[in-house]
Design a protein around this ligand. Structure first.
Ligand code: ZN
Length: 204
């Protein structure tokens, strides 16, 4: 729809919602040879600030708050596995995304956690500036601490934009990391059971 309304290309100086990240983002646009006042970029610093804050919101996630009320006493002791939990993170070396799936398993020791809480714990560690290796072990360590489980296993499979779009420019290589605690570390049968269930591509 055409209107004769003038398009205002500059945001009001110091738009109240804009913070320091947006201010600096405008400088970055200039350094990149861009004109931050052109139509498509006017609100980009603000959008980028909001996106970055969301993508790093895991620093402020209250994990105890997530878990609160979702721990249940349970005598069954079979392995619990939550597979194919999607995650999106930012590599701390290039500030580029890496994303993929996490598989989480634990052996209860009298307590189980509401299943929907596990993806939220994954997000709490994914939404930070991360290394895949550290994210994997943080998820495992956090669950072990919450559950007092006989063991926790976490596998992360990811693709890294810093490898796909730059550097070696390999689009199809994936990175797999794992963290095995308790029985998952010491008992081969436990680890093998987890690995075969995690590898099984069929729904079960
Ligand atoms: Zn990177």
């Amino acid at each position: 729809m055409k209107t004769n309304k003038t398009v205002v290309l500059r945001p009001k100086k110091h738009e109240p919602e804009e913070g320091r990240i947006a201010e600096n983002m405008r400088e970055i646009l200039v350094e990149l040879g861009e004109d931050p006042s052109r139509e498509g970029l006017v609100r980009t610093p603000l959008r980028a600030e909001k996106a970055l804050k969301f993508l790093t919101s895991g620093y402020d996630t209250d994990i105890a708050g997530i878990v609160n009320g979702a721990l249940f006493t349970e005598s069954s002791d079979g392995m619990v596995i939550v597979k194919d939990i999607e995650f999106f993170s930012l590599c701390e070396h290039h500030l580029l995304p890496f994303y993929g799936k996490v598989h989480v398993a634990y052996l209860p020791n009298g307590k189980v956690i509401g299943l929907s809480k596990i993806p939220r714990i994954v997000d709490a560690f994914a939404r930070r500036l991360q290394l895949q290796e550290r994210m994997t072990s943080q998820i495992a360590g956090s669950l072990q601490e919450i559950l007092g489980a006989r063991g926790v296993g976490v596998i992360a499979e990811a693709q890294h934009f810093c490898m796909m779009m730059r550097g070696v420019e390999k689009q199809h290589s994936g990175t797999v990391t794992s963290a095995m605690l308790g029985d998952f570390r010491t008992r081969k049968e436990t680890r093998d059971e987890f690995l075969s269930l995690a590898r099984n591509r069929d729904r079960f």
